[in-house]
Write a protein that binds this ligand. Sequence first.
Ligand code: KG4
Ligand code: ZN
Length: 391
Amino acid sequence: MSYATIRFLDAFERQRDSLSTQHDLILGIESSCDETAAAIVAGGRRILSSVVASQVDVHRKYGGVVPELASREHLRQIVPVVREAIERAGVAMADVDAIAVTRGPGLIGSLLVGVTYGKVLALSLGKPLIAVNHLEGHVHAVLLEAHAAGRSPRLPAVCLIVSGGHTILYCVESQSANGAAHFSYTRIGGTRDDAAGEAYDKVAKMLALGYPGGPVIDKLAAHGNARAVRFGEPKMKGNPYDFSFSGIKTAVLYYLRRNPQLQPEIDARQQALRRGERSADALRALSSPTTLDLIASFQRAVVDDLVSRTLAATEQHAARTVLVSGGVAANSELRRAFEAEAGKRGIEVYFPSRALSTDNAAMIAAAGYARFISGEKEESTLNAEANLPLA
Ligand code: KG4
Ligand code: ZN
C-alpha cells in the first residue's frame, strides 16, 4: 500500500536541541471526510510522520464524496494508516503520550471510525484521549508550520478556513495559563450556502474538468482573461462577513446556456476524463479561449470575495494577522491576491504548505497538543458530532 507521506524530519532536525524539553508525542487521527490520516507530532510542532490515504479515486466517478463509501474506506484504511505513521516516525506505540482524534464536524459515519478507533487505542494503551474540532485543526496547521519555522504569528488573528466543506472566518486569540497556551475562537462569518471548494468542484463538473475541480481550475485560470466575464458581487443583507457562492455557480450555468457553442468541447473533455486523461494540460488542450476566460473570471470572483471580506474582518477586529487554511488555501491566485492586498495594509498572511492545507492528521495532533498540555482529556463516552461548532 502506498500513501502520500509528508516527512519534515530534516527541516526540524536543526531545532531538536531547543525542543528537547517539549517532546511529548501526540498521535493524531483524522477521518472527518474523505481522507484517512494519522500523524506523530512532537512538542506540538515537530512532525515526525504524516500519512494521508486519500479516497479521491473512490469518489471521482460520483463528482463528490459519497458518505457511505467514505465510511467503508476509512474502516479499511484506519489500521494500516496509523501503523504506517508509527513506523515512519520511528517510535513505538507505547512511546505516544496522548491520542488526539477529530470529533467533528464532518460526515458522521466517517467521524465514527476515527473516534471509535482512537477510543480503543487510548483504552488499550492506557493513554489520554484528546478530542479535537476539525476546524481548530485547520487553524493549527498554519500555526504549527509558522512555529516550526521560528515565526510567531501575532494574535489576535483572523483565520479563514476555506475548503470543500467549509468557508468560515474566526477571530483567534490565545491566553497563557500555567505555561500552556489556551486558544479561543469567535465566529465572525461563514458561507450561507456552498463552501468555496464546493463551488470550484461544481463548476468543474459543469465544465467537465474532473474531480476535485480546484487544482485544475487553478492551473487553467492562469491561461484565461479574468476580466472577460463579469459576475456581480453577492448581494446579502446582514453580516458583511458572510459568504455566498451559489450565485456565482448559477451564473456559470446560465453563461453556458447562453453559449451552446461550448457544448462540443465539454463533451470532448468528458470523453477524455472517461479515458483517464485528466491532467490540466490534457484538459486545457480541449478548452477554447472562451472557456479559459470563463474559468479565470469565476476564480477571480471567488478569490476577490474571499480576500476582501477577510481583510475587512481583520481591520474591524483590529488584527494584524491573517491565517488561511483548508484545501482552497492551496490556490495560487488566492495566495497571490492575499499577499498583495494584505501587504498594502501592513497585515501579515500565513498559509500552510500545500500538504498541510488539505485534510491531514498533523494539524489534529498539533491542536491536540495544546489541549493536552493544558490538562484536558476525554472520557471513554466521547462521541462523534457531525455539526460540532468551534464557536
Ligand atoms: O480541505 P480539503 O482537502 O477537504 C475538505 O475538508 O473539503 O479541501 C478539498 C477542497 C476541494 O473542494 C478542492 O477542489 C479544493 O479544496 N482545492 C482547491 C485547490 N486544491 C484543492 N481549490 C482551489 N484551488 C486549489 N489549488
Ligand atoms: Zn478540512
